[in-house]
Design a protein around this ligand. Structure first.
Ligand code: SF4
Length: 312
C-alpha cells in the first residue's frame, strides 16, 4: 500500500548525521519506506505524527507492520532556493529516514530527480545510501559528478547468510544485487563508502561474519566504512525475531531475542566493536572504520579508536 502526501520540508540540517560524520544535511522523499526492513527505526521517529496514520489508530508502527509506504512525489519540485544556499563543504544525504530508490520512490523517479537537482543546481556533495540496486540506473549521472558524489548500498549480512536478509528486508534488493550495483559503480569510477548496518546478532556480529563482509566490500576500495549495532528500541527486534522463527532461522531468532535486555545489548555491542576492529584490520580497512554507537562509552574498556559515541 502506498500513500501519497505533500509535505512542506525539503532539505534539512542534520546535526545527528553530522555527528556520525556522514552528512551535514538530509533529504528524504517521503515519510515511510516501502522496503519494509523489520528493524527499521524510522517509525519510532513518527510517534508524534499520528494524523498521518488515521487508518492505523495513529500508529506509525502499525502502518509500517501492515506494509504501508508514504511517499511525497512533489519533493523534487519543491527543491528551490535552499539548493543555491548549500556550500561546497556541505554534504546532503539522500536519504536518512526513507530510501530514495525504494519501490514507491522509483514509481515517481524521485531518486533520479532529486539527485539531478542536487548535483546540477547546488555546489554541495551528495551521499547516497540505499538498499536498492536500482540506483545503478543513475550510473551516468553519478560518473559525471564523481567528484561530488559518494555511493553506499547497505550490506547487512555476509553472502553466506543472504537468505536471512531476504526475510528481514523483504522488499529491498538482495545482497548479491547490492554487490553487483556496487561493482558497476566501482567500474564507473564512482566513489564508494561501506555501510555495514545493522550488524544483527547471529547474522553479522561474529568474527567470521564480519571478516566475510569486509572482504565483500574491500574490492570496491571504499573511502570509509561505517558499521552500527542494531537499535534495541521500539518493536523492531521483536518483529525480526518473529519473522526469523517463521522462516526457520530459530538459532538466529534466539540470539536476537537475547539482546533485547539492556545489559545483553551492551555486551553484544562491546563484542561487536572488538570483532569489527579485527575484521577491518584483517582487510586493511581499520583506518577507514567508523563504528556508530548510541552510548557515551563510559562503561566500555576495549579499543574505541574507531567508535563514534553518539551520546557524548
Ligand atoms: S531501507 Fe532503510 S528506511 Fe527503508 S525500511 Fe529499510 S531501514 Fe527503513
Amino acid at each position: 500500500m502506498v500513500k501519497i502526501v505533500e509535505r512542506k520540508c525539503t532539505i534539512t540540517r542534520s546535526p545527528e548525521f553530522e555527528k556520525k560524520t556522514l552528512a551535514t544535511h538530509a533529504l528524504n522523499v517521503g515519510v515511510l519506506c516501502g522496503h519494509g526492513c523489520l528493524y527499521c527505526s524510522t517509525p519510532a521517529t513518527l510517534r508524534m505524527k499520528t494524523s498521518l496514520f488515521p487508518e492505523y489508530e495513529g500508529s506509525a508502527f502499525k502502518a509500517f507492520a501492515a506494509g504501508e509506504a508514504i511517499v511525497d512525489p512533489t519533493t523534487p519540485d519543491r527543491l528551490g532556493r535552499e539548493l543555491a544556499a548549500l556550500k561546497p563543504t556541505d554534504t546532503v544525504m539522500l536519504s536518512t529516514l526513507t530510501d530514495a530508490w525504494s519501490p514507491e520512490a522509483q514509481e515517481f523517479n524521485l531518486g533520479r530527480k532529486c539527485l539531478e537537482k542536487l548535483l546540477r543546481e547546488s555546489k554541495a556533495r551528495v551521499r547516497i545510501l540505499t538498499k536498492n540496486a536500482a540506483v545503478a540506473n543513475e550510473l551516468n549521472l553519478l560518473a559525471e559528478y564523481r567528484d561530488r558524489v559518494i555511493l553506499g548500498l547497505s550490506i547487512t549480512t555476509p553472502l553466506s547468510k543472504a537468505k536471512v536478509a531476504e526475510v528481514l528486508e523483504p522488499r529491498a534488493s538482495t545482497i548479491q544485487e547490492r554487490l553487483d550495483a556496487l561493482q558497476a559503480a566501482h567500474e564507473a569510477k564512482v566513489p564508494i563508502f561501506g555501510m555495514l548496518c545493522p550488524c544483527l546478532p547471529g547474522v553479522a556480529d561474529r568474527q567470521e561474519d564480519l571478516d566475510e563482509m569486509m572482504s565483500m566490500i574491500r574490492p570496491f576500495e571504499p573511502v570509509a566504512v561505517w558499521a552500527e549495532p542494531v537499535n534495541a528500541r521500539g518493536p523492531g527486534l521483536a518483529l525480526c525475531q518473529e519473522a526469523l522463527v517463521s522462516a526457520g532461522f530459530i538459532r538466529i531468532a534466539n540470539e536476537v531475542r537475547f539482546i533485547r535486555g539492556e545489559r545483553e545489548h551492551r555486551d553484544y555491542t562491546a563484542r561487536l566493536i572488538g570483532n569489527l576492529n579485527v575484521a577491518a584490520a584483517g582487510a586493511g580497512l581499520k583506518s577507514l572504520l567508523k563504528i556508530l554507537v548510541y552510548d557515551d562509552g563510559g562503561r566500555f574498556s576495549g579499543d574505541a579508536s574507531s567508535v563514534i559515541w553518539l551520546k557524548c
